[in-house]
Design a protein around this ligand. Structure first.
Ligand SMILES: C[S@@+](CC[C@H](N)C(=O)[O-])C[C@H]1O[C@@H](n2cnc3c(N)ncnc32)[C@H](O)[C@@H]1O
Length: 292
């Protein structure tokens, strides 16, 4: 089946109403942050943010499959010397709306802007909040494994007596590990902190995120041929990442010039043919039972 990648122009609140219920596997998006870029695309007041967002997330809830995932990339601003609480209020409101707040990933911006403030250091991270409709959601953990790193060769070459049994931390933290279990493994599971540069090839959108960000979550929460939605698509970074990975996508963007940019980018995008074997398999259904 040929892949589909549509970019629709309009308010996602209205356009999502035309989409079928339970038809998307992943919603990955970065909406306008409160009070940001007012001249480019509006600028929602932090006090009004939850009220503005909820009707839109209601539609996202409706169009997401029961096994699907919603990842929201967002960050609160500083106002009068304090962090604003609108993101925290949004999390609570989304839970009331029916979402489960499953996890919070941190996008560590490896090359954030340098700077100095009298009362804080430079801001080097953003939130990627994971919400689900159910505790049983698709998660391809194998698809995002990372190389063990050079340390492993040396460390695992000669095992000591504490490495061949479960050895509990000596600081009494309750953590324990059996180093021997790592012998022969090249790949390890990552943590919930993603270290990515802020660079994005796309210079025509002032708030584009790097392609590696949606890429990682698309690999983790979808399989080939699945459907990915970005309701605040901007220059179409999510749709491009989805297409390259062999997923179908829908992007919704209110500004026509960004839509045109996204469509141009998509035309240039090729589907990668060498998807890793783990991704060819159907996603395992992962039960978020607190057994992480
Ligand atoms: C933070 S930017 C997204 C950038 C995108 N991730 C990228 O890499 O280019 C948010 C986008 O949402 C769009 N937008 C704002 N309100 C919208 C709405 N109600 N429906 C659809 N898009 C909207 C803005 O025009 C802006 O391009």
């Amino acid at each position: 089946m040929p892949l589909k990648a549509d970019i629709l122009q309009g308010d996602c609140l209205e356009l999502l109403k035309a989409e079928e219920a339970e038809s998307f596997d992943l919603v990955f998006t970065s909406p306008p942050y409160a009070d940001r870029r007012a001249r480019t695309y509006g600028g929602i007041k932090p006090e009004k943010y939850v009220e503005w967002f909820l009707p839109r997330s209601q539609e996202m809830l409706r169009v997401l499959k029961p096994t699907g995932t919603f990842v929201l990339n967002i960050k609160e601003k500083v106002e009068k010397g304090e962090r604003h609480t609108y993101v925290l209020e949004l999390i609570l409101a989304l839970r009331k709306q029916g979402w489960l707040w499953t996890e919070e990933y941190i996008w560590h911006k490896r090359n954030c802007h340098p700077g100095k403030w009298p009362n804080r250091f430079r801001d080097a991270w953003e939130r990627c909040l994971q919400f689900n409709k159910s505790r049983h959601f698709k998660m391809n953990q194998e698809a995002v494994r990372v190389p063990m790193g050079d340390w492993a060769g040396k460390r695992l070459a000669k095992l000591g007596k504490n490495d061949v049994k479960r050895f509990n931390s000596q600081v009494g933290s309750g953590f324990g590990k059996k180093i021997e279990n790592w012998v022969g493994r090249d790949l390890a599971f990552p943590s919930n902190v993603l270290h990515l540069a802020t660079e994005c090839g796309n210079k025509n959108h002032s708030a584009a995120f790097p392609k590696a960000l949606p890429q990682w979550f698309i690999k983790l929460f979808t399989s080939q041929g699945d459907w990915v939605l970005d309701p605040f698509a901007g220059s179409g970074t999510t749709s491009v990442a989805a297409r390259e990975l062999g997923r179908n996508s829908l992007g919704i963007e209110i500004k026509e010039d960004y839509c045109e940019e996204a469509r141009r980018e998509l035309k240039r995008t090729k589907v990668e043919t060498s998807a890793p074997a783990a991704e060819e398999e159907d996603g395992l259904l992962f039960a978020a039972t607190g057994k992480a």
